[in-house]
Design a protein around this ligand. Structure first.
Ligand SMILES: [Zn+2]
Length: 334
């Protein structure tokens, strides 16, 4: 089989499985990421997360899919999508290491990659990061094709798609949304520098946690992250008319507000114009829940707010042991 055929076979198989499992409608309803582990379970394949040395994942007849607990959730999800590809494509056995994260597609010149690995890689990217998912998040955020050469937008896209920054850059090029040169320019920027810019001098212990930038455009979305992730909320406030964002919703949901300030436009801009309320918050422990912030006049508690930001979150981070979706089925602690 030619490499190009293997690549196409993987992508087509991913699209067929999306249809079979009705993935798109479910993801659009939540405005979140694709449930890779749920898909593995839906195909009747046992799935478990264990410490693995020198491997990210494996697909073994009998035991099923094993994914390493040594890497963060986005890598576990990508590994899961790769192993799901082996299953969907009828491959019987595979042991996969770091190499699955660095291959860039059929035209990348890595000629010695076996065809079944080319197909599983192609499946993984197409299943986890299909074009329609990237377009859905771009539409919600008001991003266009040009925005996708901005590392800050691509990083935020990667968080919403539940993939690494690197995998997202590669997928954008595979879908011809950016060219190879733009992909390489994006990959030359580290998420660390983007995180530091967002935190704007706020002291953190290290830059491993992700930093989400949330605005009114995230209304109704589902965020899946790690316990230590930081959330920078930038919300337009109309203090002149008496409308302020309430923050009780964050605190009631267990978040600590690390910084709360207002960015007031300079006087030469419209007086009484919108002020940006900039909040930085962190949950700090594994948790699932929701929070709602509302733009309203503080002295009027009743009635519909002028605007709202309501999100669902799952900050359990990486998976260990049985998949969480399975534990919920078994009614054990999530
Ligand atoms: Zn493989």
């Amino acid at each position: 089989m030619a490499r190009r055929e293997a690549f196409l076979e993987g992508a087509q198989s991913a699209a067929r499985l999306h249809e079979r499992l009705d993935v798109r409608a479910e993801v659009e309803a939540r405005a979140g990421s694709i449930d890779v582990f749920g898909a593995i379970i839906a195909l009747g394949t046992p799935l478990i997360f264990r410490p693995l040395e020198g491997l990210l994942g494996a697909c073994i007849p009998g035991p099923g899919v094993i994914i390493s607990t040594e890497r963060p959730l986005p890598i576990q999800r990508f590994t899961g999508a790769h192993e799901l590809g082996h299953i969907a494509l009828g491959h019987t056995f595979s042991l996969d290491g770091e190499e699955i994260l660095t291959r860039m597609g059929h035209n990348s010149g890595q000629a010695r990659t076996p065809d079944i690995e080319v197909a599983a890689d192609s499946f993984a990217s197409a299943f986890l990061l299909p074009k329609w998912l990237l377009q859905m998040h771009a539409r919600r955020q008001g991003w266009n094709r040009a925005s996708m050469s901005d590392p800050r937008a691509v990083y935020q896209l990667s968080l919403r798609a539940g993939a690494s920054y690197r995998a997202t850059c590669i997928a954008l090029e595979r879908h011809d949304i950016i060219d190879a040169k733009t992909r390489d320019a994006l990959l030359a920027t580290t998420p660390r520098s983007i995180k530091a810019e967002l935190l704007d001098g706020l002291a953190v212990e290290n830059f491993f946690p992700d930093v989400w930038l949330l605005t009114e455009r995230d209304e109704g979305s589902t965020l899946e992250g790690q316990p230590d992730d930081l959330f920078v909320l930038r919300l337009a406030e109309q203090g002149g008319a008496g409308y302020l964002w309430t923050t009780e919703g964050l605190v009631d949901s267990g978040f600590a507000i690390l910084r709360d300030r207002r960015d007031i436009p300079p006087p030469e801009q419209a007086i009484g114009g919108p002020v940006t309320r900039a909040l930085t918050a962190r949950r700090g422990e594994p948790a699932r829940g929701r929070f709602a912030l509302e733009l309203r006049r503080p002295w009027i508690k009743a009635g519909a707010p002028l605007s709202a930001l309501r999100v669902a979150y799952d900050l359990h981070g990486k998976e260990v042991g049985l998949p969480r979706v399975k534990r919920r089925d078994l009614r054990l602690a999530a």
